[in-house]
Design a protein around this ligand. Structure first.
Ligand code: BES
Ligand code: MN
Ligand code: MN
Length: 454
């Protein structure tokens, strides 16, 4: 039996198994889910053992365990490192899910549930591709190392020190990742650029305690108003980030690359449908694709303080808080940017409040050439799974490990995404198209097989 037939014959089995993975609420951000995250790690380890990996380790860290496995039984053949994450984002707001987040359900050719697209479904594609190769040939066609972490959604906090301590062990000829998106349905895609991410939190303090807004209002500073004024000032009228020096080290994207990106079969209509806003915003002088993939941003992610409960409470809050972030592009340095942002925030604030400024995480941007022979292999494998030629895209999201690997080992990083931009990653009703999940297993199995002749 050939590989494609073997895989096609196991669709129901694969799907049922993915559902059991999805039922584990491995939410890395929440302490209450610590045990579930550990269960997620054990599930991945068991699945790797079933796929024929003899060396499988659950590595404890300060936060959540990572899973490492290797199969080095193809002497003389290339070695690849597959990376993914088994942790997921919180499912809240729960009431907006059509069916519960951790009870996977199929509707209209899509599988719904937290982690379907980001990233359990995509990790499972590789697990089943490898298992199928193992079952058919009795061994894997290339040497494979696998690293699946449980902290990606909280900034991969333990990963960097693990990589530094295990350089020899993780060394490979290429990195494979499936944690990104396809440009659109029916358009298999290989991602060669990601934005970096700095995440910040600030706390403003005005009055020493909450005050009656009738007794004191009009004569005291209100930290919530000041916070609103601050964020209103952080963009200019052309939607550029108002932080001096912010754009100084942004690498210019060549004319040829801009042309190639703008010629992709990207549809504004689909973008607008996915967003559903009454109007659009973006940095002047750039197309939407360029804004999303090649330009840095500053986004306010959450703001709180004062009274937000039922009914009215006339209060001037003592404190106001905000979480915000900057997406970064080559060649911005996350640490330099964090300093510039802090300086500007402090400069824009009046001296009627004090400000505590924290940088919660930093991550470098990444963009690389896709000339190495492995990219041709990836393209032809995708063609086998999807019947269409793959395109090369950049994306706006961030995966800290990709930059870390690229900086450390200087090897090709092949990012093959099977999600779609409108599949609600991080949001209610997250889903993955079944055609991409099943097509993905086939394409990825062919890819690993083809790598034997790299
Ligand atoms: N899989 C995403 C990253 C992604 C999404 C890449 C879409 C390309 C397209 C990843 O799980 C993620 O959500 N990363 C976070 C960063 C992390 C440091 C919390 C992100 O991009 O916000
Ligand atoms: Mn992800
Ligand atoms: Mn994510």
């Amino acid at each position: 039996m050939n590989l494609a037939e073997y895989i096609d014959g196991r669709r129901d089995e694969h799907l049922a198994e993915l559902c059991s993975f999805l039922r584990i609420p491995s939410v890395s951000a929440k302490t209450e889910h610590k045990q579930d995250v550990e269960r997620g790690a054990r599930w991945v380890a068991d699945s790797l053992r079933n796929a024929g990996f003899k060396t499988v380790e659950i590595v404890p860290t300060n936060l959540h365990p990572l899973v490492y496995a290797e199969s080095l039984e193809a002497p003389g053949k290339p070695t690849v490192l597959f990376y993914g994450h088994y942790d997921v984002q919180p499912a809240e707001p729960l009431e907006l899910w059509t069916t519960p987040a951790f009870e996977p359900a199929v509707r209209d050719g899509n599988l719904f549930g937290r982690g379907t697209a980001d990233d359990k479904g995509q990790v499972h594609i590789h697990l089943k591709a490898l298992e199928s190769l193992q079952k058919i040939n009795g061994k894997l066609p290339v040497n494979v190392k696998v690293l699946i972490e449980g902290e990606e959604e909280v900034g991969s906090v333990s990963l960097w020190s693990y990589v530094q301590k295990n350089k020899e062990k993780l060394k490979a000829d290429a990195l494979l990742v499936s944690d990104t998106s396809m440009l659109a349905k029916g358009v298999p895609s290989i991602t060669y650029g990601l934005r970096g991410l700095n995440y910040y939190q600030i706390e403003l303090t005005g009055p020493a305690r909450d005050l009656h807004s009738g007794v004191y209002g009009g004569a005291v500073p209100n930290p919530l108003t000041i916070l609103a004024e601050l964020f209103a000032k952080l963009h200019d009228k052309n939607s550029r980030v108002n932080v001096p020096g912010f754009y100084d080290s942004v690498a210019t994207v060549s004319k040829a690359e801009r042309k190639a990106l703008n010629a992709l079969p990207w549809k504004r209509k689909e973008f607008e449908k996915a967003v559903g806003a009454p109007g659009y915003f973006g940095e002047k002088g750039y197309t939407i694709v360029e804004q999303l993939w090649t330009r840095p941003t500053l986004e306010l992610n959450g703001i709180w303080g004062g009274y937000t409960g039922e009914g009215a409470k006339t209060v001037i809050p003592s404190k106001a808080y905000a979480k915000f972030s900057t997406r970064l592009v080559p060649d911005q340095d996350p640490h330099k940017i964090a300093k510039l942002v802090e300086k500007q925030v402090r400069k824009l604030l009046p001296d009627t409040v004090t400000c505590k400024f924290e940088v919660l995480s930093t991550g470098k941007p990444w963009s690389a050439s896709f000339q190495a022979p492995i990219f041709k292999k990836a393209q032809s494998a995708l063609e086998k799974g999807f019947g269409k030629k793959a395109v090369f895209i950049r994306e706006g999201g961030s995966i800290p490990f990709v930059t870390q690997m690229h900086d450390t080992f200087k090897v090709p990083c092949v990012l093959i995404g099977f999600g779609l931009p409108d599949e609600n990653a991080h949001a209610p009703d997250e889903h993955i198209a079944l055609e991409n999940y099943f097509g993905g297993i086939k394409a990825i199995a062919h890819f690993y097989a083809d790598l034997a002749t790299l």
